[in-house]
Design a protein around this ligand. Structure first.
Ligand code: ZN
Length: 341
């Protein structure tokens, strides 16, 4: 364990080191741990762990959390996984990249400092209208770190871990980014179900989120996972993430995960993206609606001076209602249920 001193200075672990250096862009440092694992701190809050076994190195996984700084439970879960690997309690049989997305926002308990980091990927951070945001250089650092990591990868698996701002009919759910002609593999669906995921949302167009970027750029099996609700550091009930933790430990070690009872996840597809069209935009449903609240035929969802959106036919389900976004940004998603139970 002595090499952890080199890796995290005198800080207890990856998370406390990241929080203490949140506002600096530290240079890369590489150490060899007692168990032979090469631990490279690529930048502040970005840690690559590579086992010695060449076969193991072929499996590559990116585990990101804290892209929204106040979504702390997945950050604590990832920190525990790193601790488990470095203390040799979790044998590592894959090349793993752990990313805490937005350390300055994490220290302040904020979603972001200036702009939603999860809209700045796919090179968006370079565009004139986004370049000035505090989060833009961080998006560039993350894209570079993942690109270096994914080089020569035969297969890349990426989970971007979040928690939701509001309650949800399905406490834990996944978003599957859109890539043309790609369908969700049954094995992936089962993996998520075993991890406690109760619903999967298939997205219907390219996006500039982190998981969409890895899916589009590296053909990665990528998901954004929403894992319950926001709480401050130290106040999360991590037992609610036990199923996911067991699945991830098994994945990291290339072991078969312990069998557990899993029920089939509901599948939804996005049928309408609610955009804040102008300053006259009005969300006509309760903005505190739980995710997956059902809206039957005839429900008026939003309107502005010259258009409106109403549910027609089968019920639709709302996720991420948030009318207070800048004009042009997403204020919610409407879904259709694909596989009723
Ligand atoms: Zn989030």
């Amino acid at each position: 364990m002595h090499n952890q001193t080199e890796l995290f200075d005198h800080y207890r672990d990856f998370l406390s080191h990241t929080l203490a250096h949140a506002n600096c862009d530290l240079p890369a440092i590489s150490t060899v741990q007692d168990n032979g694992i090469v631990a490279e701190r690529v930048s502040t809050g970005i840690l690559r762990l590579t086992p010695t076994d060449k076969q193991c190195q072929k499996r590559k996984v990116v585990l990101s959390s804290g892209v929204h700084g106040d979504e702390t439970a997945p950050i604590e879960l990832c920190n525990a996984l790193v601790n488990g690997i470095l203390s040799q309690q979790i044998p590592l049989c894959c090349d793993a990249l752990f990313i805490f997305g937005n350390p300055p926002a994490m220290t302040q308990g904020l979603r972001h400092i200036d702009f939603n980091l999860n809209r700045l990927f796919c090179g968006k951070y370079r565009q004139e209208s986004y370049r000035e945001h505090v989060e833009s250089p961080r998006a560039a650092i993350i894209e570079k770190a993942v690109s270096d990591f994914a080089k020569d990868a035969e297969k890349l698996f990426h989970l971007d871990l979040h928690t939701a701002i509001r309650g949800s009919v399905y406490e834990q759910f996944a978003l599957y980014p859109y890539v043309e002609d790609r369908v969700l593999a049954q094995t992936q669906k089962q993996w998520l179900e075993q991890a406690g995921i109760q619903a999967i949302v298939l997205q219907n167009k390219p996006a500039s989120t982190f998981s969409a970027w890895t899916a589009q750029t590296f053909n990665a099996e990528s998901f954004t996972l929403e894992l319950g609700s926001i709480g401050p550091f130290g106040k999360n009930d991590l037992t609610r993430l036990n199923a996911l933790r067991l699945q991830l430990e098994a994945y990291l070690s290339n072991r078969i995960p312990p069998a557990c009872e899993a029920s089939a996840a509901r599948l939804f597809s996005v049928c309408h993206e609610i955009i804040r069209t102008s300053d006259n935009f009005e969300l006509c449903v309760d903005k505190a609606s739980a995710n997956f609240t059902e809206f039957p035929d005839g429900s008026l969802i939003w309107k502005d001076s010259n258009q409106q959106y109403q549910v027609e036919g089968d019920s639709q389900y709302l996720i991420f209602p948030n009318p207070v976004v800048p004009v042009g940004q997403r204020a919610g998603l409407m879904l259709k249920l694909i596989n009723p139970a």
